[in-house]
Design a protein around this ligand. Structure first.
Ligand SMILES: [Zn+2]
Length: 291
């Protein structure tokens, strides 16, 4: 990916210097109030956390982030990783701004928070071990850059465009939020069985993968900064974080009813669908009969 020298976003908040390691806890509870849902990239148990927590939730009830946080800072200019993230985020702003406008909707740009360890969010306290996540309550994507090491070395998904896929997947959750999809799905919580909630979660996640593909399509059209190897990096990442792959690696067996993000094949299929069409309408996982 030839990303150097392209526009950077003004929506990156660097909170890596704020510590925040101690004292946080993951809520084990479910069905907590509005805005408590957090949508992560991968099922958390690969990091030793119950996947229900991930889909579910961070306990609310901490102090409002704005009350306790220092003003947001931009990352330093000489930080290559942060510059990369900022450049990808900027392109998602360009693409989604234009795609949503075509659909008659104004695009409200999300913030992207870089953090280390733990971080206060409108969804409760997040932690690095969850992997990157999006909090609908404050419309921010949260990312510990250390995840990219995990992605490369532990999850077997190297490459800058694997990382771009991760960022654009999270931005895809933001697009879902703006479309009202996140709220609708969260409203089902507690009203359907756990298995049904998992199945809904899979559709949410596959749609975010499809949106990542839509972004890739328009991004390449606009900038021509990708080559075939980049697309392969994204497809490989999608496969490596498929629920079946992760379960096989961690527990040796696969339990489809417990999937929350979709199989490797499904994640690749929906990413490709967005990539090839560039059309949001092609990403309707909720009405799709087969995934
Ligand atoms: Zn996700």
């Amino acid at each position: 990916m030839k990303w150097e020298g392209q526009r950077q976003s003004e929506n990156v908040e660097d909170r890596r210097g704020e510590g925040g390691g101690g004292g946080f806890r993951l809520g084990g509870g479910r069905g907590i109030g509005v805005g408590s849902i957090v949508i992560a990239l991968v099922g958390g148990w690969i990091f030793g956390i119950n996947p229900l927590t991930i889909l579910g939730v961070l306990e609310g009830g901490g102090p409002a982030p704005s009350a306790q946080q220092a003003p947001a800072q931009a990352p330093p200019a000489n930080d290559t990783m942060a510059t990369f993230v900022s450049t990808v985020l900027a392109d998602t702003e360009d693409v989604w701004g234009s795609v949503m406008k075509t659909g008659g909707v104004a695009y409200r740009e999300p913030k992207l928070v870089l953090f280390r360890g733990g971080v206060a969010t409108a969804c409760g306290t997040g932690q690095s071990a969850m992997g990157p996540f999006y909090c609908p309550g404050d419309q921010k994507v949260y990312l510990d850059l250390g995840f990219f090491d995990t992605l490369r070395s532990r999850l077997g998904a190297p490459g800058d465009f694997a990382q771009a896929y991760v960022i654009s997947h999270e931005v895809g959750h933001h697009v879902q939020n703006l479309m009202g999809i996140t709220g609708k799905v969260d409203g089902m919580r507690g009203r359907v069985s756990e298995t049904q909630m998992n199945a809904l979660s899979v559709r949410v996640e596959l749609q975010a993968d499809c949106f990542a593909g839509v972004w890739t399509h328009h991004s390449q059209k606009g900038k021509g900064w990708l080559d075939r190897a980049d697309i392969d990096e994204a497809l490989n990442a999608a496969a490596q974080i498929g629920d079946d792959m992760l379960q096989r690696k961690s527990q040796g067996s696969v339990v489809p009813e417990s999937f929350t993000h979709g199989s490797s094949q499904q994640r690749q299929t929906w990413f490709k669908r967005g990539l090839e069409s560039g059309a949001v309408a092609q990403c309707n996982t909720f009405d799709a009969r087969g995934l």
